[in-house]
Design a protein around this ligand. Structure first.
Ligand SMILES: [Zn+2]
Length: 118
């Protein structure tokens, strides 16, 4: 996937799952190669106006990449995996079911299960 394709994908995901978030529209996406010593469970970040995604996840594409983009976009609402992040994820989850993206819905549900609130 080229950087331009990733950008297009990011825009599609943002418009489909966060159509009402004006804040999200100010965000860009960038792929990063994880340093060898980084924790293996970190596949993306949500920083100041920028979301980064692991280059392997970009290559994998599909529902996994979309779920990762959604996970990071949901962090615009909250830095942590607390209630606001979970609400944003649940909204995206019901949207995925609505548009019959069952595979994506499953990954989103797994994201919720594997990031319990603290
Ligand atoms: Zn997270």
């Amino acid at each position: 996937m080229t950087d331009a394709e990733l950008e297009t994908r990011f825009h599609q995901v943002r418009e489909t799952f966060f159509p009402r978030s004006r804040k999200a529209r100010g965000y860009t996406v960038r792929r990063v190669v994880a340093p060898p010593d980084s924790p293996s469970d970190v596949r993306g970040t949500c920083g100041d106006g920028e979301i980064t995604v692991d280059s392997d996840a970009v290559e994998y594409g599909g529902d996994l990449l979309d779920a990762l983009l959604i996970h990071e976009l949901a962090h615009i609402a909250s830095l942590w995996h607390g209630q606001r992040w979970r609400d944003a994820m649940r909204q995206a989850l019901s949207r995925a079911r609505e548009i019959q993206r069952e595979g994506l819905a499953e990954v989103l549900l797994w994201e919720l299960v594997s990031h319990p609130p603290r």
